[in-house]
Write a protein that binds this ligand. Structure first.
Ligand SMILES: [Zn+2]
Length: 118
């Protein structure tokens, strides 16, 4: 299945990033896409496909992002990044304004975290 292969590839690329905010006050997972970021868990996502095909039409129980999150968590292929509350607010703001967070990308790159496994 195409979606599964795509999700497996994204899991290997470590596109699911766990944001630990403040002193572990809470954490959230983000799917860092090429053009858009999505707030994701193994069973929910904020993308169109999830809203339309999963929730509304009940076509299948997952979207590409939740599938990737599920695989990533099962294989422990999840990046963990620690953010201050202020950084988190900025990330959230960037995503709601632009669809993706440049700050998060900067942080991921600067830590050398944004690398896929060989
Ligand atoms: Zn999705």
């Amino acid at each position: 299945m195409r979606l599964l292969r795509k999700a497996e590839k994204s899991a290997k690329e470590m596109r699911v990033v766990k944001l630990v905010v403040g002193s572990e006050t809470f954490n959230l997972c983000l799917f860092v896409g090429r053009n858009r970021d999505h707030w994701v868990t193994e069973s929910s996502c904020d993308c169109e496909d999830f809203r339309y095909n999963v929730v509304y039409r009940k076509l299948r129980p997952f979207c590409y992002h939740t599938l990737t999150a599920e695989i990533s968590m099962r294989k422990d292929e999840v990046k963990v990044i620690h953010l201050t509350l202020d950084q988190f607010r900025l990330v959230r703001e960037e995503i709601s304004k632009n669809g993706k967070s440049l700050l998060l990308r900067r942080l991921l790159f600067s830590k050398g975290a944004w690398q896929s496994r060989p």
